[in-house]
Design a protein around this ligand. Structure first.
Ligand SMILES: [Mg+2]
Length: 375
């Protein structure tokens, strides 16, 4: 089954926090990829959480020409060719996003060709998964935050994730970190008071804090029973994460935007994390995530979904024994809902997997045309 066409389109999809009841219009950048074969089968893949246009350019100009003519079912051969073409010195960046989107399209083709959903091709470990809600956006004021979290809990979610440490080291004023941490502590405490002891609360600093700030936050939050602290430290610095993990009882997670498997190996060897978070749409696609999941299994460490894209990541989490939970990030869910006319079905904090072949996702052609990022 030969690859005959690869095409990427950068999209800028309008989102407004899904159905959270707050007005905060914005955009979600997605690079949509189609891979066509000589049998007529077409696979769809995507990537996100970066600029869509340069990724589309990498797919269309660099990787596409490299893999036309290869067998679409030989995902290891195609992955190896893409790796050496785009990241021969081990650098990742946009290339990792591009490789992921193409690889997902190949797994979609593999599922369609064998009439099986990807999660069953991977091993079919479970058909339903816990799903937690990322709804505690940093742009919400303190009152909005409490209202939004209560609304989400009333929808049946058993776990929520809050953004902390923003903008942190990514901001212009590093001296403001102290004030930021104080504010984050108050916000998380407000949420614990609002939802009671039964709801899981996680926090995510998206690699924006230094060690002293992350430490201060952990010390204050420990009494609030935090489910996990995602990406507390700048650059996912393995040595500093390991130091933080030794000092706190809060579980540490990381990895949603990493491109290479050895980064996860180093986190595991250094005892820097409790859970690793390979992300199917960024960490080199399903092919690379399966390798990383094997590594996690050998360390008896679970994998989980950070970085959204539940429609794709649920297959990884459901397919493999080492998988655990899916993230329902309201803005990325809204974007997926627009592009595929579909969002994860959650009932009482659980998500049911579908039996549609591949990822079971067909893009809406009107949305594809109307949301192209041509700026
Ligand atoms: Mg995250």
């Amino acid at each position: 089954m030969k690859i005959t066409r690869i095409e990427a389109v950068p999209l800028k999809i309008p989102v407004n926090c899904g159905d959270l009841g707050v007005d905060h219009p914005g955009f979600n950048s997605i690079t949509h990829v189609e891979v066509e074969t000589d049998t007529g089968l077409i696979g769809y893949g995507m990537t996100s959480i970066t600029q869509a246009r340069p990724v589309a350019e990498v797919v269309n100009s660099v990787l596409g020409p490299e893999i036309v003519g290869l067998n679409a079912l030989f995902h290891e051969e195609v992955w190896n060719r893409m790796y050496w073409k785009a990241t021969p010195w081990g650098q990742t960046g946009y290339a990792s996003h591009a490789i992921s989107a193409i690889d997902l399209a190949l797994w979609d083709i593999k599922g369609k060709a064998s009439n099986q959903p990807v999660w069953q091709l991977l091993g079919g470990a479970r058909s339903s998964l816990p799903i937690y809600a990322t709804c505690g956006f940093s742009f919400l004021d303190d009152k909005e935050l409490v209202d939004v979290v209560k609304r989400v809990v009333s929808q049946g979610f058993k776990g929520v994730k809050l953004q902390v440490g923003r903008p942190g080291l990514g901001g212009e004023n590093i001296l403001a970190l102290n004030e930021l941490i104080k504010s984050d502590i108050k916000r998380v405490r407000d949420i614990r008071n609002a939802v009671g002891p039964e709801i899981e609360i996680a926090v995510d600093a998206a690699c924006r804090l230094d060690l002293p700030s992350a430490r201060k936050l952990c010390q204050a939050l420990e009494e609030l029973d935090i489910a996990f602290f995602e990406e507390p430290i700048v650059q996912n610095d393995v040595r500093l994460m390991a130091e933080l993990r030794r000092e706190t009882t809060i579980p540490i997670t990381a990895g949603q935007n990493e491109g290479l498997a050895y980064r996860f190996r180093d986190m595991l060897l250094a005892d820097a994390v409790d859970v690793i978070q390979p992300n199917a749409i960024i960490t080199g696609g399903m092919t690379q995530c399966v390798r990383i999941a094997g590594l996690a299994s050998a360390f008896n460490v679970p994998i989980s979904n950070g970085g959204g894209a539940p429609l794709h990541n649920a297959h990884l989490q459901a397919g493999l024994t080492v998988g655990t939970a899916v993230e329902y990030q309201f803005n990325t869910v809204a974007a997926g809902d627009a592009l595929y006319d579909q969002k994860p079905i959650q009932t009482n904090g659980m998500m049911e997997m579908s039996n549609e072949p591949g990822f079971g996702l067909a893009p809406n052609s009107d949305v594809l045309k109307s949301t192209i990022d041509s700026a």
